[in-house]
Design a protein around this ligand. Structure first.
Ligand code: IMP
Length: 443
């Protein structure tokens, strides 16, 4: 199989960065299709932590091309800060290693201001966004006010678009008593980015389709998670892009038949950062313990993540919406030393038992999880390299999850480093090119 999509099946932060980094050697190109620098993909290499926000995690592997698709919103400032940070670490990013769609929309200085107005206007019901201007940049895209990467290639177009935008935005800011932004200053800043960004800007649809025709293999890298998808997530407490499989085609300009298989990344428990319903949340000492053991702090904003038990309804829903082939189960070591672990198998809502994930936030808010309780595992899973060496209670937990989500686990991540991973041959053969990876079997 040639091309693989890797996406998160929960509310983001499932550990996609590590898995993408691990699988990159089997691919030529790593392509992101949505989101922006709201994402935080953490990769540990030789004991050193690298956090990527905008550039695909494949950048850490020399020779791989990293694509930023039209489905993303790009902050040029954040892009160059990330490039400089990578260069300071000795990662070579030039030579055509980064390509950016000419149709990707730019995050402009007025977007975070619009976001502040929007979030404050919601009061108690605020989304708890990352405050990076992501939502307003997508709003402008849908409202047809957006400035795109390709506009940087003609400075007269750029100047005019900034002028038009500020004419409208400054009128809005005046209503809120916010000082107007200066079109000239913004133009100067973005014209400054233009010459630096121009070499990266391309027709990504053409590039990818030609590369694939030549037999190049593409790893599609999702950001956020299925439950944060604009259409299929827990709306309105979602991000503003399509993080599900459908987003790959619109976000890169490729046909659906170019996605050959899909790997869902799933944490062995559940976390969420920001507001919104979270039925299995543990708002007690157990939740705090999980957060501490799992180092659950947002990679982008540093905010503590809310933690809770595994929600099988949510992950089964993610598998259905995306047609997921296999699951990569991450961070099971965080659950170690618990006397018992719980899996949510259904919700109870107004005397009814719900067996599938509801779309309405008011239902989710009041849904009471129905749990299956299982014995915990005292023996260590941490850094285990063989499936056979895993504790029996953990293997039972995996089997239970597989039955409930109707999808098999093909990979277990047992620690932060690349090698702390068990790849299960019988589950992955045919799904990815495993020739460069060390495989084990499931016993
Ligand atoms: P936005 O993407 O900044 O608009 O934020 C919308 C919601 O998505 C908020 O609840 C954020 O916390 C959440 N979110 C955005 N990006 C990520 C991510 O990479 N991981 C986890 N949550 C995220």
């Amino acid at each position: 199989m040639a091309n693989l999509l890797v996406l998160g099946t929960q509310w983001g932060d499932e550990g996609k960065g590590k898995i993408v980094d691990l699988l990159t050697p089997a691919f030529d190109i790593v392509a992101r299709y949505q989101g922006g620098h709201n994402a935080g993909h953490t990769v540990w290499v030789n004991g050193k932590k690298v956090v990527l926000h905008l550039i695909p995690s494949g950048i850490l592997h020399p020779g791989k091309t990293c694509v930023i698709g039209n489905g993303l919103v790009v902050s040029p400032g954040a892009l160059f800060r990330e490039i400089e940070d990578l260069e300071a670490r000795g990662v070579a990013v030039d030579g055509g290693r980064i390509v950016i769609s000419r149709n990707a929309h730019l995050i402009m200085p007025y977007h975070p201001v619009m976001e502040k107005i929007s979030e404050e206007g919601r009061g108690e019901k605020k989304i708890g966004t990352t405050c990076r201007g992501i939502g307003p940049a997508y709003e402008d895209k849908a409202a047809r006010w957006g400035v795109r990467a390709g506009d940087l290639l003609d400075l007269s177009v750029l100047r005019e678009k900034i002028r038009e935008n500020l004419e409208v935005k400054n009128r809005l800011f005046a209503v809120y008593g916010i000082a107007p932004l200066d079109a000239g200053k913004i133009y100067e800043e973005y014209a400054g980015y233009a010459s630096r960004m121009a070499p990266y800007i391309r027709d990504i649809s053409l590039f990818l389709n030609e590369e694939m025709k030549e037999g190049k293999r593409v790893l599609f890298e999702g950001a956020q998670g299925v439950l944060l998808d604009l259409d299929h997530g827990t709306y309105p407490f979602v991000t503003s892009s399509s993080s599900t499989a459908g987003g790959v085609c619109t976000g890169l300009g490729i046909g659906p038949k170019s996605i050959h298989s899909i790997l869902g990344i799933t944490k062995a428990y559940t976390t969420r950062v920001g507001s919104g319903p979270f039925p299995t949340e543990l708002a007690d000492e157990k939740g705090k313990k999980l957060a501490a053991r799992g180092d659950e702090f947002g990679a982008t904003t540093g905010r503590p993540r809310r933690c809770g038990w595994f929600d099988a309804l949510a992950v089964r829903y993610a598998c259905r919406v995306n047609g997921i082939d296999r699951i990569a189960l991450t961070k099971p070591d965080v659950l170690e030393e618990m006397d018992e672990v719980r899996i949510c198998t259904a919700y109870s809502y107004k005397g009814e038992v719900l067996k599938s994930f509801p779309a309405e936030p008011w239902v989710l808010e009041k849904a009471v999880p129905v749990y299956k309780t299982m014995p915990g595992w005292r023996d260590s899973v941490h850094r285990a390299r063989e499936y056979a060496s895993l504790p029996a209670a953990f293997k039972d937990y995996v089997r239970e999850i597989e039955d409930l989500i109707e999808t098999r686990v093909g990979l277990v991540s047992t620690g932060v480093e690349r090698d702390d991973t068990i790849l299960i041959e019988s589950e992955l053969t045919g799904l990815i090119d495993t020739s460069s990876l060390k495989l084990g079997e499931r016993k």
